[in-house]
Design a binder for this molecule. Structure first.
Ligand SMILES: Nc1nc2c(c(=O)[nH]1)N[C@H]1C(S)=C(S)[C@@H](COP(=O)(O)OP(=O)(O)OC[C@H]3O[C@@H](n4cnc5c(N)ncnc54)[C@H](O)[C@@H]3O)O[C@H]1N2
Ligand code: MOO
Length: 642
């Protein structure tokens, strides 16, 4: 086994790396034609122009129910001088879609005729030639071009193809791509129950995600079983794959510099390396190569890195082989909710949540870890921070590529501030409601929420800021920090805050006083969070100083993350809400009941989306689900408290 580590010798900027790939494999529209039935052709790309074999309609057809006439025979008819026509010779009854009888060229609708006895009709207006007639070839004329080469067949197109007599549709063969997930830690979800997952094992996800993305852009994906981290095994698998009937081969994982990263040595022993390392993040260690004339990709293992590498290199190459344009995503100008630093020399694909607040679209950055699939599943857009920049300022005008349609973003309510589990219940109710609204919540603590209101980058904030002098919540903070922003304060819930501790309370913690014990490690919340203020208040009351608490300086940003720290053993206790303890089956020692409110700027209060939100929290259904979480009271929910 080799332990030699790879280094990225010459990292390439994205555009250069793409150009190297496309120049090396120029096969634009290179996939041969195959013939499939019209329904099977949906989503496929036409390999040749398609011309109609027959006309549609292929006869003159009545477009209405009524009588067919020769228009000339009706001229002169009027209300004052109606005309009578003989049924069978001058007027023939027929229905919509029937063949127009010989010698007729117009249809008079049934409601516009009167019958006179058995065999005559009366009309009070003339018909003009070809009135209510669908002429032969009106829709499609035999020999006319239905669709040019390179056209993607839509479900609608099937109608035109069949009507035009095209029963065998020439489409480009789909490029076949073999996906080989590598990594001894990977396990197949189909063979592993979630509860049997052992530490160190990772559920294989990338091959399935990438296969679906390949299918979505017109390729065919074949998913290989995962291959262990073994150079010879991976080399043999790739060599066999390349010799088989696939058009491209990709490995996932093992693309970077680890001692068991074998994608590069495999490529070097079997073919030619074109690029190793691209100055993008995520996706940096991507490998592009050629084995026996077939494209080879070493896709990085982190889920978001894998997705970005696929979108930037594999999908565009597939589209080229199919002869379709790689249309860029639509972009919109956005205002970042905060400044974001990034590394000079690397183009970052920053995933963001978007929401229309007033006349601007605001962009809230999501976590940046390439290992977090939720950082892209939660995203509405991507801001590409250029290589030459060290980040973006909150005032910088930037553009975001849209991952969701703008209409969905207009139906998004942006809430910033303290985290509370009832926001998940609210999000679910809002989405299921008639307005199908999305609740986009960013957890930056209560003070962060007030600041977001002040800067006009959210529709509302969630806060539970205790005034340690009056015992009141939020009111005094709003007065002090939002003197120029009129707001309304609406209660969302009353909730229990307390110590989240391991199940069974192994260290026998009784209350806040015990946080000063030497054998107890605490997990704190970030400064500015309501929970932190509450903790500091209680510590002051009992005369315990922060220095006496192990872990006072370790911070998490949500109640759930504090609970995770306790569950994982990182901490023995953390202050948080009951719902977070219950969700992870931990124990809980109540400390205080506090008020969690929504701070809503007047400017948004009357907006339809906020009104729907307020109606939603007032429903019994919402309140019942919140109470069921435990640790909550909805006695004041929906009440305007300030
Ligand atoms: N010393 C350095 N270490 C790393 C560098 C570097 O420059 N120097 N680059 C980092 C970057 S950036 C990335 S991205 C990752 C990707 O590296 P690999 O392609 O070698 O990926 P692995 O180490 O095999 O896996 C990373 C991670 O992803 C999980 N994984 C892998 N395959 C799958 C799959 N099919 N489904 C789900 N999850 C998968 C794997 O278990 C690991 O947790 O390297 C950094 N390191
Ligand atoms: O490509 Mo890595 O994704 O920069 O984390």
């Amino acid at each position: 086994m080799t332990t030699k580590r790879n280094v990225y010798l010459k990292m390439k900027p994205l555009e250069e790396a793409r150009q190297i790939l496309f120049d090396h494999f120029p096969g634009t529209g290179s996939m041969a034609a195959e013939h499939v039935s019209p329904p099977e052709s949906v989503g496929r790309i036409l390999a040749e122009p398609v011309t109609a074999a027959v006309s549609s309609p292929n006869f003159h057809a009545a477009a209405m129910d009524g009588v067919a006439v020769a228009a000339e025979a009706t001229f002169g008819a009027s209300e004052s001088r109606p005309k009578e026509l003989a049924v069978g010779t001058q007027a023939r009854f027929l229905n919509t879609g029937h063949v127009m009888p010989e010698g007729t060229n117009a249809v008079i609708m049934i409601e516009n005729i009167q019958t006179v006895g058995e065999d005559r009709i009366r009309i009070e207006a003339p018909a003009f030639p070809w009135q209510h007639v669908r002429k032969m070839g009106e829709d499609i004329v035999a020999t006319e071009l239905l669709y040019p080469r390179g056209h993607r067949v839509s479900p609608y197109c099937v109608g035109a193809l069949i009507s035009g007599g095209i029963y065998r549709v020439p489409v480009r063969r789909k490029p076949r791509i073999l996906i080989i997930p590598t990594g001894s830690e990977l396990v197949d979800w189909r063979a592993t129950a979630p509860e049997d997952l052992k530490p160190g094992q990772v559920l294989e996800t990338n091959a399935t995600v990438l296969a679906k993305m390949i299918e979505a852009c017109g390729g065919e994906a074949v998913r290989h079983d995962r291959v262990m981290d073994d150079l010879d095994l991976i080399r043999q698998t790739v060599a066999e794959a390349v010799a088989g009937d696939v058009d491209m081969v990709m490995t996932i994982g093992g693309s970077s510099a680890g001692s068991e990263d074998y994608s590069l040595p495999v490529l070097q022993s079997l073919g030619q390396m074109l690029v190793h390392g691209v100055t993008i993040m995520p996706g940096k260690p991507v490998i592009l190569g050629d084995i026996d004339g077939k494209p080879f990709f070493g896709i990085p293992g982190y889920p978001v890195s894998a997705i970005i590498a696929l979108e930037q290199f594999v999908q565009p190459l597939i589209k080229r082989m199919l002869g379709v344009a790689d249309a860029p995503r639509r972009t919109v100008p956005v205002v970042p909710t905060r400044k974001i630093a990034s590394r000079l020399g690397v183009e970052e694909f920053l995933r963001v949540k978007l929401g229309q607040v007033g006349d601007r679209i605001v962009a809230t950055p999501l976590p940046r870890g390439a290992g977090m699939i939720t950082s892209i599943t939660e995203a509405d857009g991507i801001i590409r921070i250029p290589r030459q920049a060290e980040g973006i300022k909150d005032s910088d005008p930037v553009h975001a590529e849209l991952l969701r349609p703008l209409s969905a973003i207009e139906h998004t309510i942006v809430i910033v501030g303290s985290h509370d589990n009832t926001l998940d219940v609210l999000a679910d109710h809002l989405r299921a409601g008639d307005g199908a609204l999305t609740l986009s919540s960013s957890h930056v603590g209560s003070m962060g929420g007030l600041m977001a209101v002040k800067r006009g980058v959210c529709h509302l904030a969630g806060a539970h800021l205790l005034d340690t002098e009056t015992g009141e919540y939020n009111l005094s903070y709003v007065k002090r920090y939002l003197p120029d922003t009129p707001v309304r304060i609406v209660n969302l819930v009353m909730r229990a805050q307390g110590l989240i501790i391991p199940r069974g309370n192994p260290k026998g913690i009784k209350g806040i006083e015990d946080l000063g014990r030497d054998d107890i490690v605490f997990m704190n919340r970030q400064g500015g969070s309501g929970t932190r203020i509450l903790l500091d208040y209680r510590l002051g009351q009992i005369g315990l100083s922060p220095e006496q608490i192990n872990g006072y300086t370790s911070e998490e940003f949500t109640h759930m993350n504090v609970a995770v720290a306790v569950l994982s053993g990182t901490a023995d206790a953390g202050l948080g809400i009951f719902a977070a303890a219950k969700a992870l089956d931990l124990d809980f020692i109540p400390v205080v009941t506090e008020q969690y409110d929504l701070i809503i700027p007047e400017a948004h209060f009357e907006s339809p989306n906020i009104q729907v939100l307020l109606e939603t929290i007032a429903t019994d259904g919402f309140k019942r689900r919140v109470e069921a979480l435990g640790g909550y009271s909805t006695s004041k929910t929906g009440t305007v408290v300030g």
